[in-house]
Design a protein around this ligand. Structure first.
Ligand code: FES
Length: 220
């Protein structure tokens, strides 16, 4: 569940404008005439990314989030009531309604991940960053922790989403290594962390073996 947010909080900037018209126009043009309001979600995403790009220059750094001014600007651009934009932004979990850290750690603790020891992953986060509560951010602005529901990568449980990337087949030790790399701004390789290819069994294909052979796919 999303945390309650404050549209009048002191950290809310007064103004927001997209950095350029070109990208905004290109997004709106994807939708039929008269249906430009359908562009609300990609424009929210664009706003979050632009705010995040500026936030990384701050000290401490701030990751991508959506200020009220950005939602109001999107409402103007799409000629729709601001409330409709607030409703969309506050419903979907990928939109951050308040400042977050440079690296947003979304730890999945739903049943398949939990059965594969997501508790260890939470412990690794706590031991390495000190974070233990939802939406808590480290003082250096590097990490924000969110405990999330299934992210659709159960085959590779336990897993964590860090900003846009999935880190899968995690263990306590590997999660600690990943976090330590990020503390040094080294981005670890995303995907499965146990050497397997995507969601394939570690020993190689167990179904469609002929097709896999033809495609040159074998054990990682
Ligand atoms: S339960 Fe964690 S990704 Fe599905």
């Amino acid at each position: 569940m999303k945390k309650k947010f404050d549209l009048n909080a002191p950290y809310q900037p007064k103004d927001f404008k997209f950095k350029g018209k070109k990208k905004v126009e290109e997004i709106i043009a994807r939708y039929p005439k008269g249906r430009q309001q359908s562009a609300v979600m990609p424009l929210l995403d664009l706003a979050q990314r632009e705010v995040g790009a500026d936030g990384l220059k701050l000290n401490p750094p701030v990751g991508g989030w959506i200020p009220r001014a950005a939602m109001d600007h999107i409402a103007e651009v799409l000629d729709m009531p601001a409330m409709r934009v607030y409703e969309v932004a506050s419903f979907y979990s990928m939109y951050n309604m308040e400042p977050v850290g440079k690296y947003l750690l979304q730890v999945c603790t739903t049943t398949p991940c939990w059965l594969c020891r997501s508790d260890d992953i939470m412990k690794a986060v706590k031991d390495t960053t000190g974070l233990s509560h939802n939406y808590e951010t480290t003082k250096d602005g590097y990490f924000t922790l969110i405990e999330v529901e299934c992210l659709g990568a159960c085959t590779n449980a336990p897993m964590v989403q860090i900003n846009d990337d999935f880190y899968e087949d995690l263990t306590y030790d590997r999660m600690v290594e990943i976090l330590k790399s990020l503390q040094n701004d080294e981005i670890p390789e995303k995907g499965p962390q146990n050497g397997r290819l995507n969601a394939m069994a570690k020993g190689g294909p167990t179904s469609l073996e002929e097709q896999a052979k033809k495609a040159g796919i074998s054990a990682a």
